[in-house]
Structure formats: C-alpha cells, structure tokens
Design a protein around this ligand. Structure first.
Ligand code: TYD
Length: 136
C-alpha cells in the first residue's frame, strides 16, 4: 500500500440554517463495507494515539468535532493530514502505519472500520512493519 491511497473523501453535506448534516451509506461513500465503528474522545493535551498498522483492516477517520493530525506512513514516505471538518473522511488502507496527534480540546475522532476488532491484525512494531511492507 502507498500513502497515495490515503485519500481524503468528501462526504455528502446537507447545509441547513438549522445546522448541517452529513451521512454515510456503506459502500456508497466508503470504499469498504462498514463492520465496526469506534470513536476516540476526551484526549488529554499532547496525547498521541495509533502508532501501529493493520495487516488487513481498512479504516476511514472523521473529525466529528475539533481537529487532529493523522500521520500516515507506507514505510517509504510520510504525510500529515489535518482533519477538522465533519464532512471529510481520511481513508487509510491496510499496511499503512498511522499516528494521531495534535488533538484540539473536545476533539472527537470517529473511525469506520472494515472488520470487527482483532488484536492479531495489529502490527505494533515499526521494524516489523518495515519488514512486511511490499517492495515498490
Ligand atoms: P488501540 O487500537 O491500540 O488504540 P489507538 O486508537 O490508539 O490505536 O486500542 C486501544 C485498546 O482498546 C486496546 O487494548 C484494544 C482495545 N480496542 C477494542 O477492544 N476494540 C476496538 O474496536 C478498538 C479499536 C480497540
């Protein structure tokens, strides 16, 4: 996988004077079938999340509130993406190292995932990740 595939998706946006609305309908807006959703919140200042890759899991990350940065890394190149709009989702395929940081106060990160939780899918050692990455 390459960080070129870490695409920012523009999700549907229904603008309304009463407040805006965004939705996702599975494969229509997300490049995989959603099997799990989880969210990260109450992040203390300076904390960092992630710091791993997944062998097979694909995810889309959305800043439902506030902002944070996602550093994606394919083992060759790194890129930092700031998420600060509720209608943008960052697609992160499998075999991409990711780290989330620079969370604003009250940031909420929603993550849509392609599979149920599996600890064995995690690659938590960066050296192991470098060894497993496909040659380009
Ligand atoms: P982890 O994925 O390591 O957190 P981060 O978001 O920083 O990458 O998960 C932290 C802990 O939560 C770990 O013990 C596994 C557990 N967990 C679940 O039980 N279910 C889940 O869906 C997720 C994402 C994590």
């Amino acid at each position: 996988m390459s960080i070129e595939q870490c695409e920012v998706l523009n999700l549907p946006r229904i603008e309304d004077a009463r407040g805006n609305l965004t939705f996702v309908e599975g494969a229509g807006h997300i490049p995989f079938e959603i099997r799990r959703a989880y969210w990260i919140y109450d992040v203390p200042g300076g904390a960092v999340r992630g710091g791993h890759a997944y062998a097979t899991l694909q995810e889309v990350m959305i800043a439902l509130s506030g902002s944070f940065d996602v550093v994606v890394d394919d083992g060759f190149t790194q890129r930092s993406v700031t998420l600060n709009r509720s209608y943008r989702g960052l697609y992160v395929p499998n075999m991409i190292w990711r780290q989330l940081g620079n969370f604003s106060t009250n940031a909420v990160c929603l993550i849509l995932a392609s599979a149920s939780f599996s600890e064995v899918d995690y690659i938590r050692s960066y050296d192991e990740f470098l060894g497993l990455r496909p040659a380009t």
